[in-house]
Structures are given as structure tokens and as C-alpha cells.
Design a binder for this molecule. Sequence first.
Ligand SMILES: Cc1cc2nc3c(=O)[nH]c(=O)nc-3n(C[C@H](O)[C@H](O)[C@H](O)COP(=O)(O)OP(=O)(O)OC[C@H]3O[C@@H](n4cnc5c(N)ncnc54)[C@H](O)[C@@H]3O)c2cc1C
Length: 570
Amino acid sequence: MLIIRSNMSLCPVVQPAYTTTNVVFDPYRTSHPLTVENFSNMQDGAYWFERLLRLEQSWNSRLTTPRSILATDTAPQTDIHFDILYAGGGLGMIHAAVLQCVHGKNVCVVDRYTAGLTHRDWNISMPELERLMQVGLFSRDEVMSFVQREYKGGFIRFHTPDTQAEPYWLENILDVAVSANGLLALARKKFLDAGGTVYDNAELRRVWNSPKNATAHIHYQNTDLHIGATVMVDCMGAYSPLAAAMNPQRPFTHCCPTVGTISRGFKEGTGEREVNPDIGEILVTLSGADENGRQLIWEGFPGAGDEFITYLFYYDRIDSPFNKSLIDLYEVFFATLHTYKEASPAFDIGRPAFGMIPSYLHRAPWNTRTVALDAIVSLGDAAALSSPLTYCGFGSFVRNLERTTTLLADGVTNGLTSQQYLTRINAYEPQVAISANFAQYLVAKPGESPDEVNATMNTITNVLRKLPPSVGEELFRDTLSFGAYNLLMSSVPVFYPKAYSLLLRNGLSSALWWVLNFLGFAIHDIGRRLFTPLAQRLSTSTIQRIAFRAKARVFMYRDRRIEKRKAGIL
Ligand SMILES: Cc1cc2nc3c(=O)[nH]c(=O)nc-3n(C[C@H](O)[C@H](O)[C@H](O)COP(=O)(O)OP(=O)(O)OC[C@H]3O[C@@H](n4cnc5c(N)ncnc54)[C@H](O)[C@@H]3O)c2cc1C
């Protein structure tokens, strides 16, 4: 049983399942002095630094080791069996809690660190967060216990070389700060109370799968454990070796290397370098691209009390030549944090928040990513289906939580566990695919003018300023409607006749994919309108379940015919 303690914001969190000594810093004292100094001053700094190093190693080996994780020989005897096994206890902890507590499944979570303890903090909007109540996991009071702060609004502001950069204001977007570890600790407690099983410090090493079940080799406390499950859910994040094995060419197309801290004691006020506790700073640039060609972006969100969460990140293509090392980025972060926000004498570095956020730029509706195999399905960052514009993987996960949990429970109950059925259980949203095209404008390209990203984004925000505020809000909340999209695209030539040339910034093929994504979006919208009368009577999950079962019947009928043909009956 793990001790639960309070973090800076007095929200109960799970404690690391083991400690690390400061020896972990030694090889980096000369090369990364600021990072070592600041991590040394944090609570559990050595532990978080070790997790950072592990991510770095996973990144470097991501394309060389993944295939070996999928075994092709005969599966070994299992030591224990569950309905569902989650590998990865970040977002996986929430999903597992819903399956155990709400759907009554027999569920196990394994994590190579501590299930329910992550190096993130999350912003979201209240209607999105309410999905956690609608799915039946938390009461309103429980949700409010991990909400740190609600803001009056937020802004994005891109640097202009000659004039004062103008903020573009947004409301109802990322305006609720959530303690990620407070949320996960509560999910873990509910899960355990409902009879769920957790293995911490347990690493998934190999998987055997068939249409009916999966067997996982887990390395746990220096022993080998073989866990069987009707379905295994891959929640191992961006570096998931299973996701890499499923998508050997490119597990994801874009990424957002992100580092930051949850600190306290910045100067409060309304100046640019001061913290306004009522306002979220969603995207802020202070200059053009850096000497390496990367357009670095700041983000800042007030948290509980005088906490302020600060991130430094950049949008990138997975195959770009840019340095994607998170430790190197931390060195830049600590060297330049004061240019973004001014510290007061009470400044105190709290804990780090970091990660490589993945995304997959879809090219038309049929070009989706492989997110399932027989008896295995990927969710969260392992599936990389959240938007490359906002990189809000938590938001995407929560928006789709009711659907993905209902379908998974249904699949396990009815034996619908082969790849065809499990592929349906994902967080793909057509509006994300189309709005993702805008994300290309945030990706700096080697060799172009250092002001390119800022200038382009200022053009787009100038168009947005002239449109109803809901258009910008939908775009940056990943809920872009067909009407808002068309209004935005048709307004561009009216206000900036030359702006359509932006479509060609990423080449002809990119413009073509944009058109195809638009067609997919249009088809989705027509389908949605046709089914609106039915949808008004049935909940989304009921419709999805009907569609899921109908498809399942078709597959079953087809499989039976194939079997009969093989047996010579047909
Ligand atoms: C700094 C930062 C800030 C963010 N802010 C926001 C935000 O404000 N709003 C928002 O919506 N999104 C935000 N995101 C994105 C969001 O945090 C991610 O999409 C989400 O946390 C992904 O969760 P995950 O569980 O899929 O992956 P991860 O958080 O990466 O978790 C993967 C888990 O799998 C475990 N694991 C890995 N390999 C193995 C193995 N072999 N065996 C067992 N366990 C394994 C790891 O230990 C880890 O616990 C942010 C991301 C970052 C990096």
C-alpha cells in the first residue's frame, strides 16, 4: 500500500514507489548545470530526473527495439488472468477505474514506475471535465477536489519584431487547471477500493496475442510474471514499444517536446512579465526562431495558491533535423525562464512537468493510424490521436472516455476482441484531423525566415479577430464545427487576399491532404446531420454501441463463412 501525501497544492497524490539517489545527476553536472541545480532543489528531484533520463533513452531507441515486444512463439502459461490489463498507469489509470468501478470488470494496471503518478499537469475546460462525472467515475465534489483554479480567460500572443505584440483573447478554453496527480490518485483509490489490482515498478516486456486474449510478460520485483487478459490496453504513452510495433514506419508524424515546472513565487500583476492569477497564457512567443531554427513557445497557467505552471516547447516534425532532447531543452528553459516571468524573492521551484507529446497528422479519413491488434488496443498518447494543434491528449481522452469505456466493456462481455472490433475503440475525431492542418503553421522549417511562424500566426489571429469569438474558441478547443471551419476558410481571402498562398507553405501535397481532410470532415458532417433526429433520442454511446454491434455481426458472419468454406461446408 502506498502512502498518500499532499503536494504543494494540498491535493492528495501518490508517492513514488521507490527513491533514487543524487548519483543520477553526476554525469550531467558539467553538460547541464542549470538542469541539475534546479532538479536537485525539487522535492523528489532525483526521482523525476531519472524518469526524464529514461524518456530520453526511450526516444533514442524508439525505432530499434519495438518489434521484439510482439512474440510469435507459443504463449506461456499464465499466472493470473484478468478481463482487462492496462500497461501504463497515466491516463490508463482513469480508464481502468471506469472499467472496474462503473462496468464491473476485473481489471489490472501495471506501470514501470508508479501507477497514478505522472510528470504532467493538465488544463482543460469545465464542460470537458464534466465528462468524468457523466461517465460515472467521480461526483462533482470529487472533481472539484482536484480542480486547482478556474480562469476568466486566456490568450495567445505571437511576437512582432517592430510593434507591440497584440494578445488574441479566448474564453472557455483550457480555463480550468487540474492537479493531474490529484485526479490520478483519486482514480487509483477508487479502483483499488472496487477490487482492482495494481502492480507498480512492473515493466511490460513481451506480449503474445490471439483474437481471443493476450498474455503479457511483466518484469516485477526481479521475477517474471505472465498475466493473461481478454484484452490488453496499451497506455504506455508516446514511447510505447507496442505502438511502434503496430506502426513500424512512423508511430507518429509530429511531436511537441515540452519541459516546464510547477513553481511558486513569481511576481503577480498585469504586466507582461508578471503572473495574473485570473488569466491563462496559452501560446506566447518572445522572439523569432532560435539559432537552431526552432520556434520556441511559452505557456503559463496559474495553479493552486501562488503556483504558476510554466512550459517551454516547440512544434516539430518527427523527421526534422531539430534537436529533440528534453534535457537540452530544460537547460534552455532554466536559462531563459526569467525572460518570460519575473521571480519574486519567494520563488521556489516545485516539481517538473515534461514529456514528448506525440501526434499523427491524418491524411484523409481512410489514412488513420493502426491503434489495435487482436486483443490489444492503444489509448492515450500511445494512440497519438489528439490534436497536433493543441496537443491536449488529456482533453481528447476525456472527451472520448464514455465512448471508449462503453465499447471496451461491451467488447469484453461479448467476446468482440479481434483487431476489427478493437480498432473502433479510439479517440479519432474528424474535426481534429482538419484543424490539425493549421498546426503546420506552428512548425518552423529549417532555412526559412526566423519570423515566419510568428508572422503566419499573426495573420491567422488577425482573421480570427474579425470573426465571432466562437470560431477561435472552437479551433483551439479541438471542437471545430463544420460551419465555423467554413466561415474561417472563406474569410481568409476577404481579409487577406494573399493568405491563401499559406496553403502552399508546406508544399502541394500538403494542400492536397488538406482538401481530402476537408472532404472527410464534410462527409462526417452530412452523416451527423442525417442521424440528428435519431441522435436526439439516443445517447452517443448507445448509437456507437449499436453501430459497433452491427459491424461486429457483419464480421462474425464473414468469419463463419470463411470457416465453413475452409471446412468444405460451403
Ligand atoms: C508537460 C505537459 C503538459 C501537458 N498539458 C496538457 C494539458 O494541459 N491538457 C491536455 O489535455 N493535455 C496535456 N498534455 C498532454 C497529456 O499530458 C498527455 O496526452 C497524457 O498525459 C498522456 O498520458 P498517457 O497515459 O497516454 O501517457 P504517459 O503519461 O506517457 O504515461 C505512460 C505510462 O506508461 C508507463 N510505461 C511506459 N512503458 C511501460 C512499460 N514497458 N511497462 C509498464 N509501464 C510502462 C509509464 O511509466 C507511464 O506511467 C501535456 C503533456 C505534457 C508533456
